[in-house]
Design a protein around this ligand. Structure first.
Ligand code: PHB
Length: 397
């Protein structure tokens, strides 16, 4: 029995077996016992390192949803189990395994870093654990490696950068370069940017990279004047983004800088005047005028003591999607068919504006064009309306 209990899949079978036995005996039924137990939700996120604040904002927003629903989702108490993944891909398989097998979580919400997500993905595809990705954008998770038990409320790396490339291309920009960390999120966002430019006759002439999470940008910035480009686009986030934008401004380059919106998201205060006037593209921004956003921003600020950002929105929507699924099955997470159906059909009341799930379990949403002004990422237009990832190679059985 102890051995059986050591995997998520076996545990589910044990619960069902228990249900049959006790139902035959008398009350309370096994089902009632299972429902009375809190539902364990693992939060595998970075709480240290360059992405620490991203993980914290996601966590605060997930907790907000649970609190808004009176501490219960679908009638089940929620117990959170937090694990700091440190944004270290090499630790990801064992960390995910710990949550799924040792802590026996019913749901896993994670993570931020695309490389770490690959480790989680391998584990949860095998265990069948319901998983909601609240940030990491690696395309494969909802393309060729998509899975029926894995949903993403954030973006693919391709989506925001594609919007930025489209916006520049439409403006007649012919040549651009991309600077980023050398890992999935950097490369895939660069590819999205390139495809966006190409749709309007532009071209990506160079991709410059350095290892994650290094911040020695000088050797890359020194190459910019020689590239003959009209624009530089970039993907960096968290602490690395603060440093990159400051170093770019200090280098006094004549070429304007733009990027995936993560470059200026949640970090404008720290970047100061270096970010002023920068354009970026993202599925969130300042000035999105809808009642859900207004209430969300106020509640987040009350709880966190700082302004909400895209990471908080993605965490909030991860919590909302879980709530929608669990409410549809009245907390009976074993009812996978109905749980997944409700989540697939979910129309999220997202602070970002209209958003729904795609058939490959990624999110469809607007990519806004934003301009950094006076400490805000002001929305100045829509770079791509209701943009879906291509979802290439995804077959969900
Ligand atoms: C990623 O690794 O997928 C990633 C990390 C931070 C971001 C966006 C994407 O802000």
């Amino acid at each position: 029995m102890a051995k059986l209990l050591s995997t998520g899949v076996s545990r589910r079978r044990v619960l069902q077996g228990g249900a049959a036995l006790t139902a035959a005996a008398t009350v309370p039924t096994g089902w009632a016992i299972a429902q009375a137990k809190p539902l364990k939700v693992g939060l595998m996120l970075p709480y240290s390192g360059t992405f620490a604040k991203l993980g914290e904002n996601i966590t605060i927003a997930v907790e907000m949803v649970i609190a808004e629903k009176g501490g219960k989702l679908g009638g089940r108490e929620i117990e959170l189990v937090k694990l700091d993944d440190e944004s270290k891909p090499e630790l990801a398989p064992q960390n995910a395994d710990r949550l799924v097998k040792r802590d026996q979580v019913d749901v896993l919400i994670g993570t931020v870093h695309s490389g770490v997500q690959m480790g989680i993905h391998k584990v949860v595809k095998e265990s069948g654990t319901l998983t909601i990705v609240p940030n990491a954008g690696n395309n494969a998770v909802t393309r060729e490696l998509c899975a029926k038990n894995v949903f993403r409320t954030s973006f693919t790396n391709w989506q925001p950068a594609h919007g930025m490339g489209l916006a520049l291309g439409k403006r007649g920009i012919k040549k651009a370069a991309w600077i980023t960390w050398d890992y999935a999120a950097g490369a895939e966002s660069g590819e999205g940017f390139k495809q966006g430019l190409e749709k309007n006759g532009g071209q990506l002439v160079q991709m410059l990279t350095l290892p994650f999470p290094q911040t020695n940008f000088q050797p890359l910035l020194a190459q910019v004047p020689g590239l003959g480009v009209d624009y530089v686009g970039a993907f960096f986030a968290g602490g690395g983004a603060v440093q990159f934008v400051k170093d770019y401004a200090a280098a006094g380059l004549k070429v304007p800088l733009c990027g995936s919106g993560f470059l200026t998201e949640g970090v404008l205060g720290a970047q100061g005047p270096a970010a002023e006037g920068m354009e970026t593209a993202l599925h969130y921004g300042d000035g999105i005028d809808n009642p859900v956003n207004a209430a969300f921003r106020k509640a987040f600020k009350d709880k966190a003591g700082r302004d909400a950002d895209v990471y908080a929105v993605q965490g909030y929507d991860a919590g909302q999607l879980l709530a929608i699924g669990l409410e549809a099955v009245k907390g009976k997470i074993e009812d996978e068919a109905n749980l997944y159906k409700a989540m697939e059909n979910a129309k999220l009341e997202s602070p970002r504006g209209p958003a729904k799930m795609s058939k490959d379990h990624n999110i469809i949403h607007n990519i806004y064009l934003r301009k950094a002004q006076g400490g805000e990422n002001k929305v100045i237009g829509i770079a791509a309306e209701q943009l879906a990832d291509p979802g290439t190679g995804c077959k969900i059985a």
